[in-house]
Design a protein around this ligand. Structure first.
Ligand SMILES: [Zn+2]
Length: 61
């Protein structure tokens, strides 16, 4: 399950929108957009590196 790049909330996939929708802040993003946002965050936010790795690994399944 991807985390929201904006607020780190849980994101659920919406089949209607074909996007992941954050349950906390309501932002809707495609997987690619989430990926890009996480990628940009990685350089500035060292604390999320473990989360990032975990998420990246789960992405392969
Ligand atoms: Zn959010």
């Amino acid at each position: 399950m991807p985390r929201c790049p904006e607020c780190a909330g849980i994101m659920k996939y919406s089949r209607i929108e074909r996007k992941y929708v954050c349950r906390s802040c309501g932002v809707a993003m495609t997987m690619d957009a989430i990926w890009e946002a996480r990628d940009r965050q990685r350089s500035s936010d060292g604390d999320s590196r473990e989360d990032y790795l975990e998420w990246w690994l789960s992405r392969k399944k």
